[in-house]
Design a protein around this ligand. Structure first.
Ligand code: ATP
Length: 177
């Protein structure tokens, strides 16, 4: 686990080298259709949002954050939003997003939501893989901490300010290009 004094990027990348993204087929996408005519270098980011986190604060804050995310990432990324419907839904959504070729799956909520998203990266003990992106394609894990406790974020030295989380995601994304 990282030292609390060492802030880390918001996207936790697997060690293997990442392939440059091509336009994936993220069926969960809300922005995807609008972007399918682009040059093929846009990345698919799937935000898995628990609307009930922090007694409903997560859902309310997410509504304010989404336009900001769109403004800051729309040039580089397809932003896909998935609102969870109940416990364990984030696991299934994450698995589907990875299979569909997502470049990043970002948990929006607290530690419970993050836990489910991390579980979605695996199936029967093995990593879930994209179906059509080649063997080198890997999906990054991200977090916008909006839960009650958000202990994981604190452990990484991240503040609970979602705008700072967006800054980290944008910075990481720009470093990729
Ligand atoms: N639509 C939903 N309605 C009710 N519960 C949900 C829904 N979507 C997800 N959940 C469940 O809510 C649980 C708790 O959510 P989350 O961890 O995001 O918030 P929190 O408990 O407020 O934060 P923390 O765990 O950091 O204290 C998750 O583990 C998940 O199973």
């Amino acid at each position: 686990m990282a030292s609390p004094a060492t802030p880390r990027p918001a996207l936790i990348r697997p060690r293997a080298s990442r392939s440059r993204s091509q336009l994936g087929a993220v069926s969960l996408a809300s922005d995807h259709a609008a972007a399918t005519g682009s040059s093929g270098h846009r990345r698919d980011f799937v935000f898995v949002v628990n609307p009930s986190g922090a007694n409903g604060r997560t859902g309310k804050q997410w509504k304010q954050l989404l336009p900001l995310l769109r403004t800051r990432l729309a040039d580089q990324c397809n932003i896909c939003e998935c609102i969870t419907s109940g416990p364990s839904h984030a696991i299934d959504v994450t698995r589907e997003a990875i299979k569909d070729g997502a470049d990043a799956v970002i948990a929006v909520g607290g530690d419970g939501t993050l836990h489910e998203v991390v579980n979605g990266f695996f199936w029967k003990g093995s990593p879930v893989r994209a179906l059509d992106r080649g063997p080198d394609h890997l999906t990054a894990l991200g977090l916008i901490p909006l839960g009650t406790g958000s202990d994981f974020a604190r452990t990484f030295g991240w503040s609970n300010d979602p705008r700072q989380a967006i800054d980290r995601i944008v910075r990481e994304e720009l470093n990729q290009n």
